[in-house]
Design a protein around this ligand. Structure first.
Ligand code: ZN
Ligand code: ZN
Length: 379
């Protein structure tokens, strides 16, 4: 992973943005630029240097991680007021300094602009500089996201293999327990943590796209939406599968599964470099609209994935971004019908010049019949 080259790519953006330096407050951006994984700290990236301020917990770690990444930066350790003073000091003599308007807190901004250290005009709000760099993943980043996706695939297969047993035993399992089991299987396979709070939504709960896994018991013959991912060295994967045990109880649910599946395949087929991100959204939406569920797909089609679970580029109807080789995005249409349930299918894919590579490889439909033995179908 080429961490050391990132600061110079950021520096090339400073002058066009009209600043001499960027004050980086986002933890993910800080990690991306320096390799530093601490939970607190700020970076001042100037045209010819870099200055990291963090606290005493990271005295050794900060230096070690920067050295391992081959990043040259001056490290200052101190309590929050001392860090602030050190940054102000490091910015002495510079002209305008950009700050990350999406990430620097109002309180921090007020402290920086209080007194005469930084006049309000010297600190300039900027957005998306580092996020723009992060959109294109290098080989090392792709390897980590691929590993995370593989871990999630294997964890899901392990859990689905057990589903039959849980149901045939008569007790079933709750949404929360299934989520914990998935998290456990991912951790056992080397994930440092789930990529986000694992979503398990059975039956009518599936009508809420981000339902929180609850104490509700999962029932056979009902769709179960499972949305989860793994984290490997900071990089995440994101996948949704809708599974069920036995036959689906009603024909409407079968129709939703069929429509969402073709919508998702249409979306994946539309992903390609030099295509507008919103074209992917349109490809998914067209299939769902044609089925008569115009209002039942109420979220965007996808998002970038990397150090953050949701990051640029955004794949939605209002997105103005164009896909580029090396983007990692999700394609995740869904149909949600209150009282009936929901179906969402999601893959994480890497954009290539001719199309995309799907990293999340678990079968799109996994049908298990607990009473008559396993019945598996895959697309
Ligand atoms: Zn997801
Ligand atoms: Zn997602």
């Amino acid at each position: 992973m080429d961490v050391a080259g990132r600061l110079s790519r950021l520096r090339a953006l400073l002058e066009p943005a009209g600043v001499d330096a960027l004050l980086v407050a986002s933890r993910s951006n800080l990690r991306y630029l320096t390799g530093f994984t601490g939970s607190a700290g700020m970076l001042l990236a100037t045209l010819d240097g870099a200055f990291l301020a963090t606290d005493g917990r990271y005295q050794d770690q900060a230096g070690d991680e920067l050295a391992r990444a081959g990043v040259h930066a001056e490290v200052s350790i101190g309590n929050p007021p001392a860090q602030l003073a050190a940054i102000v000091d490091a910015a002495g003599g510079l002209g305008r300094v950009g700050f990350e308007s999406e990430h620097l807190s109002f309180a921090h901004h007020a402290r920086f602009t209080a007194g005469d250290a930084f006049g309000p005009d010297r600190l300039v709000p900027l957005g998306g500089l580092v996020e723009g760099l992060r959109k294109i993943k290098d080989a090392g980043e792709l390897a980590r996201i691929r590993a995370a996706a593989g871990i999630a695939d294997d964890a899901l297969a392990a859990v689905i293999a057990q589903l039959e047993e849980w149901f045939s035993g008569g007790g079933g399992i709750t949404e929360a327990d299934l989520a914990v089991e998935l998290d456990f299987q991912m951790r056992r396979r080397g994930a440092s943590e789930p990529a986000f709070e694992t979503i398990v939504a059975g039956g009518p709960n599936g009508a809420m796209p981000h339902h929180r896994a609850s104490a509700d018991r999962l029932e056979p013959h009902q769709p179960i939406v499972i949305d989860f991912g793994a984290t490997v060295e900071g990089y995440r994967s994101d996948m949704t599968r809708t599974v069920w045990v036995g036959d689906l109880a009603d024909g409407e649910q079968e129709r939703i599964v069929a429509v969402v599946t073709s919508s998702q395949l249409a979306g994946v087929a539309a992903v390609k470099a030099a295509v507008e991100a919103r074209a992917v959204d349109a490809a998914c939406r067209e299939v769902i609209d044609a089925a008569g569920w115009v209002d039942a797909f109420m979220h965007g089609t996808g998002h970038g994935v990397g150090l953050d679970i949701h990051e640029a580029p955004w794949v939605g109807a209002s997105s103005e971004e164009w896909l580029e080789v090396g983007n990692v995005v999700t394609v995740e249409p869904g149909v949600y019908l209150p009282g009936v349930g929901g179906v969402r299918i999601e893959d994480t894919v890497v954009v290539t010049s001719g199309g995309c590579e799907v990293l999340t490889r678990a079968p799109k439909q996994a049908v298990k019949d607990g009473r008559d033995g396993a019945v598996g179908t895959t697309l």
